[in-house]
Write a protein of this length. Sequence first.
Lengths: 90, 495
Amino acid sequence: MDIKDVENLAELAKIELTDKEKENLLKDMEEILGYVKQVQEVETKDVEPSYLNKNVWREDLPASSVFSKDLIIDQFPDSKDGFVKVKKIL
Amino acid sequence: MLDVKDLTIEKAGKMMRNGELTSIGLVSACLKNIEEKNKELNIFLEVFSGSAFGGDDALEQAKKADEIIKSGKGGKLTGIPIAIKDNILINGRKVSAGSKMLENYTASYDAFVIKKLKEAGAVLIGRTNMDEFAMGSSTENSAYGPVKNPFDTSRVPGGSSGGSAAAVATGMCLGALGSDTGGSIRQPASFCGVVGMKPSYDIVSRSGVMAMASSLDQIGPFAKNSEDAKIIFDTIVGKDEMDSTSVDFTSQSFSSGPRSGPRPLGKALSGSVIGVPREWLKDGVDKEVLENFEESLEKLKKAGYKIKDVLLPYSKYALAVYYILMPAEVSTNLSRLDGVRYGLRKEGENLPGRQAGVFDTYKKSRSAGFGAETRRRIILGTYVLSHGYYDAYYNKAWKVRHAIEKEFENIFKDVDFVMTPTTPTTAFKFGEKSDPLQMYLSDIFTVPANIAGIPSISIPSGFSKENLPMGIQFTGPLFSDESLFAIEKDLRENK
């Protein structure tokens, strides 16, 4: 890994890092990945990575919400007419 | 004044139902302890006490509880003060997950476990300090300063639920809720000398609990002993349609090793077989912790348990699996914290051309709102999920996870429980584990239970020469939760 890799990851994760932070992260990543990559030595022939998820369905019927819509809207950092306001998207 | 340190939930409950104690008296005593020690120990981020809380004020809750008890309708938790970890939503109350990102966030609904506690008439006394977004094993990652270990204030209480553990240890409440993703209930319980339990995955709803790693997170109780912990546990379990992974625990049957069926609390588990994975204890465990562990084994033998050495070769990789799967899930779960709908927003710039200015808002908000450990794990998670590494890390980790699950299933055909020290050391000093990997290794014994989704409990087992608490951990097969509580009672009664 090198600094460019850390920068790419930061871009994907939408996090801004100072140069010092990038250097520290590079060091950390190398150390941690050096530890976790031991999973690659484990024999797991024929094991499929079946995730725990299975679909749980309900009827497509509206239910009354238990949360306060006003409290949610009040907490929008920037809003107008009950809509969240953000910088341009397109 | 009432000495809360001497009281258990069971005893206090009986006293209140007999009229020897009121919830107001009990909660007042807890509030006094908080007033005296919280400034130094930094356990509570917020105490629900004062007119600003209106009907939610702890003493108002206590008053209502006293009325319920007087009417004869009081239950085991009615009027009992419980502390809540700062990542569990209480409607109308601030909840920040120990972060700056959500410093002023107000919950808009009750978590399922909170609903259950309220229905039981418990008094919610305050929200406890924690590592930011539950990432850490010491509370040093809290955006509000760490919690100090009540036994030695130069040391950590453990984490991430350090506040909840210390709150019970100091008599600031009689029980607490924490969350455990890789050991965040059991490790601080061990460092603070209290009981901490992680239930089987999927029997306690995660709805209303800020998600860290959704396939690993579980909410569980802290208490002084197992009867108290079980009272809280019984209250918070339940199938919840808002958590589609949740199941109805009471209808689960299980086989606890060679003998099947649940063991009622109080019945000696004489004859049960305890498996010790000696390989795991070879390196990195403090001499005193090992000695204490061996002493505990002797006590168990005297209480009628059988001890057997077991091999768990796949589970040796549990920590590596954890530090691949957990950051991956964290990076996904925390992507909702982008400064848009809630939390800290640092406005970005509208960028020239066709670039989305909102991305700049994400970057500035997230960088301002997330601490170092949070960023570390998000970046790590992004890496293991990225194209080219997904197979070698994320998918591979899942395969090893299945191998670990199977390994535990098989071992529980030979033994009833697996036992280890809860942690390789006693509480370490602040700043001692400045290297991330060193900090991660303190979860080496707790993590396997989360990976396998099985229940596990940490029980206080004595004190070191420096008067630091030590703990032993028992892990059982899926749905054997009730048996785990019984072991602590056995040990206590067979001293």
